[in-house]
Write a protein that binds this ligand. Structure first.
Ligand SMILES: [Zn+2]
Length: 127
């Protein structure tokens, strides 16, 4: 499945620019990889995109952009070999770091609204 990165998508996720093959989406902030795994266990992956662009270091990194329904992560995995060679994953959250307030509409229907950007979505907790 591919998600269209239209104006509504960008606004819903607090993204200024989606970038292109050699530019990362902005804004993004470094986060702990556990945030990604938490989303991975509760949400559906909608889209995965490959990029080569500058992140924190002044060189091009190869990374994946993983889009969930309400969270987007940049995952950069590098082979690091200072002492013991190993694969290290660095994670960045793209766009708004949504903080929701949940409104109970009755009948298991709820609306989650982000306190920061206003993005909202409805869900039924019996599903
Ligand atoms: Zn938000």
């Amino acid at each position: 499945m591919t998600v269209e990165k239209n104006e509504k998508f960008l606004k819903d996720h607090g993204i200024e620019s989606w970038g292109d093959f050699n530019d990362a989406p902005i804004p993004y902030r470094k986060c702990d990889i556990s945030e990604f795994w938490r989303s991975f266990s509760f949400k559906t992956v909608l889209d995965i995109e490959y990029r080569q662009a500058k992140l924190e270091k002044n060189r091009h990194d190869s990374f994946k952009i993983v889009t969930f329904s309400d969270a987007i992560y940049i995952i950069n995995v590098e082979w690091v070999y200072p002492n013991k060679p190993e694969w290290i994953a660095t994670c960045y959250l793209v766009g708004c770091d949504h903080e929701y307030t949940i409104k109970d509409l009755g009948g298991c229907d709820h609306i989650a609204t982000c306190k920061k950007c206003g993005y909202s979505y409805g869900y039924n907790s019996s599903d």
